[in-house]
Design a protein around this ligand. Structure first.
Ligand code: 4AD
Ligand code: MG
Length: 439
């Protein structure tokens, strides 16, 4: 759609206004706010790239155009043409002296106003809430995190090999599977993790990653759990647990540095204390499960050796350090069937969880994989997993099995940590949780 008048210069976006100082341009957007002082109206317009103050002076534009401003309710859409002026007091450093304006749609009374709304109300209006500056900043940071994730692996010769979403079997245990009828083939399940397929791909390509939505029928109603979330999962042939931890810390450092570099305005808007993110550099502390248990006991937690760490335990551990901490060698009893055991301590697995700092807890789960055919067959039996859907997975141990490792990073928990948010529900455009599948 063109501007109100073709002679008002190019159509541009608000983030590019600095290229047009003292020139006339056209921008298209939505009314963010409006105030008036008699013969001058100030209309704050947002277009997704930024916000600009548009100054409408009655004596310059004439009474007819000036009165158009009275129509402008919050979130009305419009096309404005005007001269760009540098103004250090203005939000983006520039404002527009309006020369022409076209109202495209006068918005009905907008449900989200600057007053406080409850979270449930805002989540019910998520399709509109996305326009608010906080939500906008969070999703811009999410975008940058995803970009950094891809850059990191692409620059290190990993090949993206995506895993299927509809699968015949479970990866992370059967208790959190969503199922669906699949024609004449019985049940299919929404994948909990692309890992098993990434392992197949690693045997074909060496270093791979998959990156997609994953699903858990989580009954837990916590600030860390979604039923649909995005996970990136690298898998590397010939890598052992130590290599896996080296990769995880380099990866997290890269992602955090990239956000610190690219998202200063968004972090500022969210009032994120970036001093807490600055120390996120290699090496991260590495804590054996036994040491983690001792640390919990020292902090007065009545912890049962052999259990998985709960959210509260992770919070206590991660608060001890100024950067993420890697807890490794979890007991086999609380981890998945595919994890290789420690040959010296077969009750423990060659596994690692990376706990984000400031009490955020687990953002990565990973391990070295069991690569021996007979042992893996035994593990399937011990876990009461049916053999037929895993035959292809056993093939990877029949034909040229090698040591290999990988991990999965949850995007939403990473966004929550980097943005300093209480809850993961705001870190994904449209959250799916136990009590929510709309809008
Ligand atoms: O620890 P998890 O279950 O590990 C796996 O799925 C492995 N198969 C990954 C691998 O080795 N390739 O999940 C990995 C990460 C967690 O650390 C967390 O960040 C995220 O996925 N995650 C969730 N995020 C939001 N809501 C949930 N319900 C999540 N469950 C796991
Ligand atoms: Mg885990």
């Amino acid at each position: 759609m063109s501007g109100p008048a073709e002679n008002h210069g190019v159509v541009t976006t608000i983030d590019s206004l600095s290229n047009f100082a003292d020139k006339s341009v056209t921008v298209r957007g939505w009314v963010y706010n409006k105030r008036s002082s008699g013969k001058i109206q100030f209309v704050l317009v947002r277009d997704g790239s930024g916000v600009v103050q548009c100054v409408v002076v009655k004596n310059t534009v004439g009474p007819e155009l000036f009165s158009l401003c009275d129509l402008l309710t919050q979130e009305s859409s419009l096309i404005v043409a005007g001269r760009v002026h540098k103004d250090d007091r203005a939000p983006g450093g520039y404002e527009m002296q309006v020369e022409d304006m076209k109202v495209v749609n006068v918005a009905k009374e907008y449900p989200i106003t600057p007053k406080e709304h409850g979270v449930e109300f805002l989540m019910d209006h998520r399709h509109l809430w996305l326009r608010s500056s906080h939500q906008h900043a969070i999703l811009r940071i999410r975008h940058q995190i995803i970009k950094a994730v891809r850059e990191f692996f692409d620059d290190r010769s990993f090949t993206l090999v995506d895993s299927p979403i509809l699968t015949p079997a479970s990866v992370e245990g059967t208790s959190t599977l969503f199922d669906t009828d699949y024609f004449d083939l019985g049940k299919a399940y929404l994948t909990q993790s692309g890992q098993l397929y990434a392992e197949a791909a690693a045997m074909a390509f060496g270093k791979v990653y998959c990156f997609g939505p994953t699903f858990r029928a989580e009954k837990s109603k916590t600030r860390r759990h979604l039923t649909e979330f995005w996970m990136v999962e690298p898998e590397v042939a010939w890598a052992d647990l130590n290599d896996d931890m080296d990769l995880a810390e380099e990866f997290i450092e890269y992602v955090v540095r990239s956000v610190l570099k690219k998202n200063e305005p968004e972090l500022k808007l969210l009032e994120r204390d970036v001093a807490k993110l600055q120390p996120v550099k290699r090496p991260f502390p590495r804590l054996h499960y036994d040491e983690a248990v001792d640390l919990l006991k020292k902090n007065g937690v009545d912890f049962q050796y052999g259990n998985d760490l709960g959210g509260a335990d992770e919070t206590i551990i991660s608060r001890q350090y100024d950067r993420p901490v890697m807890v490794h060698h979890y007991p086999a009893a609380c981890k998945a069937f595919y994890m290789k055991r420690d040959p010296e301590r077969p009750d423990l697995t060659l596994s690692v969880d990376v706990l984000a700092s400031e009490g955020y807890g687990e953002i990565i789960g990973g391990s070295q994989r069991e690569d021996d055919y007979d042992t893996l067959v035994k593990r399937l039996e011990e876990n009461n997993l049916p053999r037929p859907p895993f035959e292809w997975y056993l093939d990877l141990r029949r034909y040229g099995s090698v040591p290999h490792s990988g991990f999965g990073l949850g995007i939403e928990r990473t966004v929550a940590w980097i943005c300093g948010l209480e809850h993961v529900r705001e870190t994904i455009p449209f959250a799916r949780m136990i009590y929510r599948n709309t809008p």
